[in-house]
Design a protein around this ligand. Structure first.
Ligand code: ADP
Ligand code: MG
Length: 732
């Protein structure tokens, strides 16, 4: 008997990939020379636009001034010339519908000239506005299909870029996507609005604190670290579950995985490093400032992280990073898997969303200066974040909820589903002092002696590391660690910006009441101290520096009255709370209709995703696993019959055959139970359907998986039809 063909072929192909060398051309251009080459950047605009037009576009980009339509033609023409010189033939309005991926429809620059020839055309109007057929994008009911029109509108604050492929170069114009009534149908529009909302409130605060008059706006900054898996394509295509669901629905653990902790920060396999270098080179061309690469905790898991940028640009660039990781992988015989939990039993992937607020002159508002306790402005902004996260913990939790992230959050490898804030020793100390009265001393980081004379002493970061916290202060920014690896970051950041805008709004209003709109420094200081003491008293329950993975913390959090929304359906149910819709409306981030549509889309997405997983699982169980285990069972039965015929002692063999038959029986029963659970359709209410999937379908899936994984451990390796965890994770 031979090992199932698909598996054997896959392994042979992987080994041949492993052994072939992958090298970038020796004359590859230097990174600093290609950086931003495919971006219609400030530098390019300065060269190609008349001075006056250049200045006006820059005012739109940097100060958020509305774009003057009269200059659009000039800008479009310069853009077209630049694109054509770089080989582009087409342009596209590039946008982020509620699917969570990006969308594009390409149009050629060519138009017939009426005499049998063609001219190249690209007007200001085409640059500024597009009209894709929007009828097939999810809208959560905002836009009935009979009125399918949706518009895309140029977002001048995010740079235009070229996408390159075989035989094609396309000019990509980042756009917002809205319905003809002006409702947002995308992820970008509310993000832009939330940045404005936060800017408005933060500027009120800065005016009170007497800030530099050169500051016109406050922006939020984001640097998001992306974790991902790389799986050889041969395995990927031999596993219907990976292909369809981006995760394995079956698979017994390998005898070794991450216990030896030998993968984290380990040396990067040559094939993977070659892949990473090519991804980076393409990202550099697109002006995406990727900085860091390393192995992650799980075997076959890696990370890429950029330098932070303004959050609207960071959100677009994050989409480009995910798209690039996926697009380049096949060139190295790999598939990039962005799912939050591709493999059970080992760490999944997240996306650490590093977030801060900054003035348009580049001052980070969450950067404590030397003597933190005297830095009232810093403490004010810090406390606003504390207040925001505590007040809107459920909303923040719901912002990262997805069927995929359910396997990760709270699974003792990723932050728990309870939203708490880690501040570190120094800030906790200051916050405690502040609650009691005036802070009078800053706990110094102190030196960390590494114990070896040849190593330099490095100052201990007063903001320590705590990997178990979902929301950690890390020196000069917050790191929101609960975001899923496959998620678009626009929505979690929209929520973050909006809740902080709201906290700032309330706090500034109180401050203005207490001290007046133009207070003296003494009056202001008194009022700020009183206010911050109150904010800390009201919200200190959200602060937690301990181990977030423990059972004690769950109990303690419950005692503190903090929400613990364990999985997606509970999180999405909390969105029905009216105060969320009110919050978005108050800050003009989402209208009631827009908010409701998003809620529906999220629920629908959960329902579809879990249903697809369950049906894929059934198909695999029926057509791939069952035939293999029946063959093994037949083999056992035949061996037993032969032994009995020869009058050999065969009690152990009989026992094995009986036990195995028993396991096959359990597997078949689990299949029937899942089938029944999937067939049980509700009355059409999506939330009820989501609950049914959570309460009946998911547990039935877990049972079926367990039954199959038990069989995998007992079945002849030659017969097992699916690439195993050992192969996928270790032959690479
Ligand atoms: P880590 O030790 O977690 O890797 P780093 O300091 O290297 O921390 O930063 C991780 C991410 O945080 C990077 O993408 C970095 O650019 C980003 N980051 C740093 N400062 C800020 C900031 N002020 N706002 C947003 N992101 C930031
Ligand atoms: Mg980090």
């Amino acid at each position: 008997m031979t090992m199932s063909n698909a598996r054997k072929d896959a392994i042979a192909a992987v080994i041949s990939w492993k052994e072939s060398s992958h090298r970038l051309e020796a004359d590859a251009p230097r990174a600093e020379d290609v950086f931003g080459r495919d971006v219609f950047s400030e530098r390019v605009m300065r060269q190609r636009l008349p001075k006056e037009v250049f200045k006006r576009v820059q005012r739109t980009i940097k100060q958020g001034e509305p774009l003057d339509p009269s200059i659009a033609d000039t800008v479009a023409n310069a853009m077209k010339e630049w694109a054509l010189e770089n080989g582009a033939t087409h342009y596209t309005h590039w946008f982020q519908p509620l699917t969570g991926s990006t969308a594009e429809k390409h149009d050629s620059f060519l138009a017939p000239d009426g005499t049998g020839g063609a001219i190249v055309e690209f007007s200001g109007e085409t640059l500024v506005q597009g009209e894709p057929d929007a009828s097939s994008f999810p809208s959560g009911g905002v836009r009935a299909t009979f009125e399918a029109r949706g518009y895309t509108a140029w977002d001048a604050t995010s740079p235009v870029f070229l996408s390159r492929g075989v035989n094609n170069v396309t000019l990509c114009i980042p756009t917002a996507f809205v319905s003809w009534t002006g409702d947002a149908l995308d992820l970008k529009t509310p993000l832009l609005r939330s940045i404005d909302a936060l800017s408005e409130q933060a500027m009120r605060a800065l005016r009170l604190f007497g800030t530099d008059p050169g500051v016109n706006r406050v922006l939020t900054t984001v640097g998001s670290e992306q974790e991902y898996f790389l799986i050889d394509r041969n395995y990927y295509f031999a596993r219907p579950d990976l292909m369809i669901c981006d995760r394995t629905l079956f698979g017994a653990k390998a005898t070794k995985d991450q216990q030896l902790e030998d993968h984290y920060f380990g040396s990067i396999p040559p094939r993977v490093l070659a892949y990473m270098a090519e991804c980076e080179r393409e990202l550099f061309r697109l002006g995406v400032p990727v900085k860091t690469r390393h192995n992650e905790v799980s075997p076959a898991q890696y990370e890429i992280a950029p330098i932070f940028e303004a959050s609207n640009v960071a959100a677009d660039h994050q989409m480009v990073v995910m798209e690039t990781l996926k697009r380049i992988a096949p060139r190295y015989g790999l598939v990039c898997v962005l799912h939050e939990k591709p493999f059970a039993g080992i760490n999944g992937s997240g996306k650490h969303n590093n977030w801060s607020m900054s003035t348009d002159t580049g001052v980070n508002l969450l950067d404590p200066r030397e003597e933190t306790h005297t830095n009232m402005q810093f403490l004010f902004f810090l406390c606003a974040v504390i207040k925001a996260v505590d007040t809107h913990a459920e909303l923040l939790r719901a912002a990262v909820a997805s069927a995929g992230n359910d396997h990760r959050l709270g699974a003792n490898e990723a932050p728990p589903a309870i939203v708490s804030i880690y501040l570190g020793d120094m800030l906790t100390d200051i916050v405690n002092q502040l609650e009691q009265g005036s802070p009078s001393s800053t706990k110094r980081g102190g030196k960390l002696d590494l114990g070896a004379r040849t190593l330099p002493q490095i100052p201990r970061h007063a903001g320590d590391r705590n990997r178990t916290s979902p929301f950690a202060f890390t020196g000069n920014k917050f790191e929101f660690r609960a975001v899923g690896s496959s998620a678009a970051i626009a929505w979690p950041n929209t929520v973050l910006n909006t809740i902080v805008a709201d906290a700032l709004d309330e706090m500034v209003t109180e401050l203005e009441k207490a001290a007046g709109k133009a207070p003296t420094p003494q009056r202001l200081e008194g009022a700020v101290k009183t206010l911050l003491r109150k904010v800390i008293k009201d919200h200190r329950r959200v602060l937690f520096d301990g181990d977030g993975y423990t059972e004690e913390w769950k109990k303690e959090a419950a005692r503190r009255g903090m929400p613990n929304l364990r999985e997606t359906v509970a999180a999405l149910e909390s969105l029905s709370n009216k105060r969320n819709a009110d919050l978005f409306k108050k800050h003009a981030v989402l209208s009631k209709t827009e908010y409701e549509s998003r809620r529906h889309v999220l629920i629908e997405k959960y329902v579809k995703q879990v249903t697809i997983e369950a049906t894929t699982m059934l198909a695999m169980a029926r057509t791939t696993i069952l035939p293999a285990v029946l063959e093994h069972q037949t083999g056992l039965a035949e061996a037993l019959a032969t032994a009995e015929g020869a009058e050999l002692e065969c009690s152990a063999l009989r026992e094995t055959a009986e036990e195995y038959a028993d396991m096959v029986g359990q597997f078949q029963q689990a299949m029937s139970r899942l089938e029944e659970a999937v067939d049980h359709r509700g009355d059409g209410d999506p939330l009820a359907h989501a609950r049914q999937l959570r309460d009946q379908v998911r547990p039935a899936m877990a049972e079926l998986r367990e039954a199959s994984d038990d069989l995998e451990r007992q079945t002849s390796d030659d017969l097992w039809p699916l690439p195993t965890y050992r192969e996928m994770l270790f032959i690479r």
